[in-house]
Write a protein that binds this ligand. Structure first.
Ligand SMILES: [Fe+2]
Length: 431
């Protein structure tokens, strides 16, 4: 049992490192150290930061070993320096960052060989600290992928095209009123903000069977949605004016329609794919124009996890099996969202599609603790963000690794952000 867990952790550590290596190896040193957007760190910062967190938690804390580089903690502390300021720091250069990363990983594998997964120690139970570090690296890999999207220059990433639609779907699905269990006590690698499991009573609602597509979104644009304050909240309209929003990020107006820049490749906007790179305010305006609203976070999770036949909440919409290629578009297997209807095997029991993967979905909920929340293992993971100017996003994107995505996983960001792989689906009251 312990040996199986050790092997599973080693495999996950190696998978996350291959992805980091791919994303940082695809560009030259100049691209690694340059800042591609004030919203993002230089890639070389992410690289050494991933290793520094790994050193702090696994080498020093779990392993009880001496620091590898005690002198650089401050440089790679995300709370000490805003992303925009990171290029000016005396960061490790690419060769130094790679050497540091490898040195830390060597020690971690040694710690892993000897560690006892003592159930009495929360950090070690089920390999939690290792799981947290795997998820951290995968989350930074998604951030690095978003940096790649903001980078200019010839394309350097490749992947097979996402699958086409297989299924015709209903437009909306009715989720009956009633209680369901939200959050988890049993997912071994779930983070503090996903805990504890608790019962929530949700009134009946309709939810879109698929994320809003580019075709849907173009109808909003063609109807003058960006120029009509009726559809926008007060804050949303102010932001639309200030930022001069006119289309999703990375869309380019062409004489006969819209194109998009995806990782340096220019292509026509595909109507059947979920819209991506929209901020919360754009999602909110679209929903109002469509006579709907965004789902709340409990509505989203109920649609994704509740099985009316058993009354149980599943780990994923399709059941408890971990995500495979037929379930969801995750893990950068493709470099964009798949057509609506491309993953019939990943649908929920009630027929809601693509809740996991493709695009992060904005919900109307702010980021708050569940009743009974306890910060673990540190306040800075979630607690310091509660109640801030954030909206919760759910479900993961094509750039989210399965290790950092489940039915309970919560992401949050400022409502103006759209460099992330964010889309949405709509809901409405059933009354
Ligand atoms: Fe981080």
């Amino acid at each position: 049992m312990t040996q199986d867990l050790r092997l599973a952790i080693a495999a996950e550590l190696s998978r996350s490192r291959s992805r980091t290596a791919l994303l940082t190896g695809a560009v030259d040193d100049d691209d690694l150290t340059r800042q591609h957007s004030p919203l993002m760190s230089p890639l070389v910062w992410d690289l050494a930061h991933v290793a520094n967190q790994e050193e702090l938690w696994l080498v020093r804390d779990v392993g009880g070993r001496d620091p590898v580089r005690g002198d650089i903690d401050e440089l790679y502390d995300a709370f000490k320096h805003a992303r925009r300021d990171r290029p000016a720091l005396p960061l490790l250069n690419p060769a130094e960052a790679r050497a540091y990363t490898a040195q830390v990983r060597d020690k971690v594998l040694d710690v892993l060989d000897r560690v006892r997964f003592d159930p009495a120690e929360r950090l070690l139970d089920g390999g939690f600290a290792f799981g947290m570090i795997v998820q951290h690296e995968q989350q930074h890999a998604e951030t690095m992928l978003a940096t790649h999207q903001l980078r200019t220059g010839p394309p350097v990433l490749t992947a097979s095209p996402a699958p086409a639609a297989e299924t015709a779907m209903k437009d909306e699905i009715l989720i009956e009123a009633g209680r369901f269990v939200m959050g988890t006590d049993t997912e071994p690698w779930a983070l503090d903000n996903e805990r504890p499991a608790h019962t929530v009573d949700v009134p009946a609602f309709w939810i879109d069977a698929a994320p809003v597509t580019n075709g849907d979104y173009l109808a909003f644009m063609d109807a003058g949605g960006y120029d009509d304050p009726r559809w926008w909240s007060e804050r949303g309209w102010a932001h639309r004016q200030n930022a001069n929003l006119q289309a999703p990020l990375h869309w380019i107006r062409d004489h006969n329609g819209w194109l998009r820049d995806r990782f340096g490749r220019i292509d026509t906007v595909r109507h059947d794919e979920p819209v991506v790179h929209v901020c919360y305010f754009e999602a909110e305006a679209y929903a109002a124009w469509a006579g709907k609203r965004l789902p709340t976070e409990p509505e989203w999770e109920k649609a994704a996890r509740f099985d009316p036949a058993t009354g149980r909440s599943r780990r994923y919409p399709w059941g408890d099996d971990p995500p495979g290629p037929r379930h969801a578009n995750l893990g950068q297997r493709h470099l964009g969202p798949a057509s609506a209807g491309a993953y019939p095997d990943g649908a929920s029991p009630q027929g809601v599609h693509q809740l996991i993967g493709d695009v992060w979905e904005w919900t109307s909920s702010g980021f708050h603790p569940y009743p009974g929340f306890a910060a673990f293992p540190y306040r800075e993971y979630s607690e310091v963000f509660f109640g801030g100017d954030y909206r919760v996003l759910r479900g993961g994107s094509f750039g989210t690794d399965p290790a950092a995505c489940r039915g309970t996983f919560r992401n949050w960001d400022h409502p103006i952000r759209r460099q992330i792989f964010s889309g949405f689906r709509c809901a409405r009251d059933a009354a």
